[in-house]
Write a protein that binds this ligand. Structure first.
Ligand SMILES: *Cc1c(COP(=O)(O)O)cnc(C)c1O
Length: 381
């Protein structure tokens, strides 16, 4: 018998209330019954995004919402700045180029956050730039970029500030309206504690205006069409009914916990995880501007990270994420996003300690766990 723990930064564990809500018999989507659920979820999404504007729900993974941002707001040949400090930053650029935009890349070393001054000069040197694209939390490197400061740069310009908040919304502060974010995106399988399959995108007034002039082709991802349907508590095409029922459930739970407590909980778990891996003598991947979605750390050189992650998952029953591209086999990412509590961190660190011992590294059992507990105890004091 093996009990499995999912400590990855997406998909993430789903609370049993949501699982049970999604296990009910199927209902039709063009019914008052579904519209009532949809309406409630729609209003709670605005609360989550901290916006007065509409938040569109798409049946897609997060990348679908990223693509819709590009194809609905820009035109062929438009210039955009892409902050590329990991796999997802790279994806912004790839989507943009695919649709004929001219990408000005700001490359950032993996594990570091972008320097606001560099972005500022880049905007000054390129006055025609129509969009600035970034991740609030670059999941591949466990870095968080300075969103509030970057938003200041685009406020008084004809430039859309587009934020992939897929591992930031419901984790850390990204108040869309207050900070002046023009497009904010998230997906169901991260902090929203749901199975994969839903993506969410909020657009500011400035973004909706830009959407009027866009000439890029799109059919399924037609945000203007979805917005018209949203006003009638429905969608243009068949919605992911089951997932939206689950969404309504988790949003109610999140609202009950409240923004402040959600941010505080993720911050505590992140600090505890970091203290734990550091107590084991492991080096953090993003020491300077870490994201609270996951803790990335380097393994000792003699340990093959690919085998390490596989062993923890398949033999111990504790799934964590490894590294991508040049970090493949070198790092591990221990997630703390969504339906996570103190004891998930204890399990994760304990599995890391046992894994290191199994791979021949001399670790003192309990050292990482104890360092984390010193921080996790805050919740009860
Ligand atoms: C998970 C994730 C995505 C979207 O990935 P999908 O597989 O399309 O859901 C995009 N950006 C970030 C930062 C992510 O963590």
């Amino acid at each position: 018998m093996m009990k499995n723990y999912l400590l990855t930064p997406g998909p993430t564990p789903v609370p049993s209330e949501a699982l049970l809500a999604m296990a009910q018999p199927m209902i039709h989507h063009r019914t008052p019954q579904f519209s009532a659920i949809f309406n409630e979820a729609k209003e709670n999404l605005k609360w989550l995004f901290r916006t007065e504007e509409d938040v569109i729900m798409l049946a897609a993974s997060g990348t679908g919402a990223m693509e819709s941002a590009i194809t609905n707001c820009f035109s062929k040949g438009d210039e955009v700045i892409v902050i590329n400090g990991g796999k997802f930053g790279e994806r912004w650029g790839q989507i943009s180029e695919k649709f004929g935009l001219k990408v000005i890349w700001i490359n950032v070393e993996w594990g570091e956050a972008v320097d606001v001054e560099i972005v500022k000069s880049c905007l000054e040197e390129n006055p025609n730039v129509k969009g600035l694209l970034v991740q609030a939390s670059e999941t591949s490197t466990t870095v968080s970029h300075p969103i509030k400061e970057l938003a200041e740069l685009t406020k008084d310009r004809n430039t859309l500030f587009i934020v992939d908040g897929i591992t930031a919304v419901g984790v850390m502060e990204v108040p869309m309206d207050e900070w002046g974010i023009d497009i904010l995106i998230t997906g169901s399988q991260k902090a929203l504690m749901l199975p994969p399959g839903l993506a969410f995108i909020g657009l500011s007034k400035k973004a909706w205006e830009m959407a009027e002039d866009s000439n890029l082709p799109h059919y399924y991802f037609d945000l203007k069409k979805e917005r018209k349907n949203l006003a009638k508590d429905t969608t243009a095409y068949t919605p992911a009914v089951t997932l939206i029922i689950g969404l309504n459930e988790v949003l109610k739970q999140m609202r009950e916990e409240g923004h402040e407590n959600i941010v505080k909980r993720h911050d505590r778990l992140a600090r505890a995880a970091k203290a734990g891996v550091q107590a084991l003598g492991l080096k953090l991947l993003a020491p300077n501007s870490p994201s609270n979605c996951a803790t990335g750390f380097f393994l000792p050189e003699e340990v093959d990270g690919k085998v390490f992650v596989k062993t923890l998952r398949d033999e111990f029953g504790v799934a964590m994420a490894g590294g991508q591209d040049h970090l493949t086999g070198k790092i591990v990412r221990l997630a703390h996003i969504g339906y996570f509590s103190n004891y998930d961190i204890v399990i994760g660190l304990s599995a890391i300690e046992m894994g290191l011992r199994k791979f021949g590294v001399n670790v003192e059992f309990g050292k990482g766990v104890a360092a984390a507990q010193e921080i996790l105890i805050e919740e009860y004091m």
